[in-house]
Design a protein around this ligand. Structure first.
Ligand SMILES: C[S@@+](CC[C@H](N)C(=O)[O-])C[C@H]1O[C@@H](n2cnc3c(N)ncnc32)[C@H](O)[C@@H]1O
Length: 213
């Protein structure tokens, strides 16, 4: 599926509290400096246009959310989206999420990791570029707190099956737990934009959830 152009953003809006670059995140890692409070932190890798971040932040105000997105214009668009709505418990970060996990996210610091509809890299010789790889999964296990969750959804059956096999092989995560499909109550009542598009096309979505014990 291709992507539509992004709506224009208001260049005068102050994004300084909602849009970061991986290199400008506080070092050492300090979510309190970003969010101004202590709260369970959830990270989404590959946030696209940011629907998950917006809905999750508004629906669970007692948690903090960080979305990392490698495409600059999407990351900035998300920052704008969050700033425009005055959301204080979510930020967008521009950069390589795999590198951020490897180099910056501390052990046992996360309540959840979310990966929704990652780029499928269809050709077998490109599968090594898939984000659900062994090294990232090791980082997920390392950075989740006990009881923390990994959420992985996709519309690509082959990616789903191979990622679940890899999770079983290389991690102690418990799952997959069943994630039932929910009826959408309004036009943006989907986990992400890609879930919305996939379901509006009448195609299946494969959902999984794992827990670190
Ligand atoms: C197919 S889109 C899905 C977007 C969104 N999760 C959704 O479901 O609507 C995958 C997104 O992952 C981003 N991405 C790919 N590799 C990444 C990485 N290493 N770090 C951060 N974002 C990444 C891409 O730029 C793209 O926006």
């Amino acid at each position: 599926m291709g992507r539509r152009a992004l709506p224009k953003i208001d260049q005068t809006l102050d994004l300084s509290r909602h849009f970061y670059k991986v290199e400008t995140l506080p070092a050492p890692w300090d979510p309190v400096a970003i969010f101004g409070r202590e709260a369970p932190l959830e990270i989404e890798l590959g946030s696209g246009k940011g629907l998950f971040l917006q809905n999750a932040a508004m629906g669970t105000p007692e948690r903090n959310f960080l979305g990392v997105e490698v495409a600059y214009k999407y990351a900035k668009f998300i920052g704008h989206r969050l700033a425009k709505r005055g959301i204080t418990n979510a930020i967008a970060v521009h950069g390589d999420g795999l590198k951020m996990f490897r180099e910056q996210v501390p052990d046992a610091s996360l309540a959840a990791v979310h990966v929704y509809f990652p780029d499928p890299w269809w050709k077998a010789r490109h599968h090594k570029r898939r984000v659900m790889n062994e090294s990232f999964l090791e980082d997920v296990v390392r950075t989740l707190q006990p009881g923390g969750k990994l959420h992985f959804w996709t519309d690509v059956k082959d990616y789903f099956d191979s990622a679940l096999e890899l999770i079983a092989q290389v991690t102690p995560l418990v799952g997959p737990l069943a994630v039932p499909e929910r009826e959408a109550e309004h036009d943006l009542d989907f986990r992400t934009h890609f879930e919305r598009r996939t379901r509006l096309h009448g195609e299946p979505v494969y959902r999984s959830e794992f827990v670190k014990q």
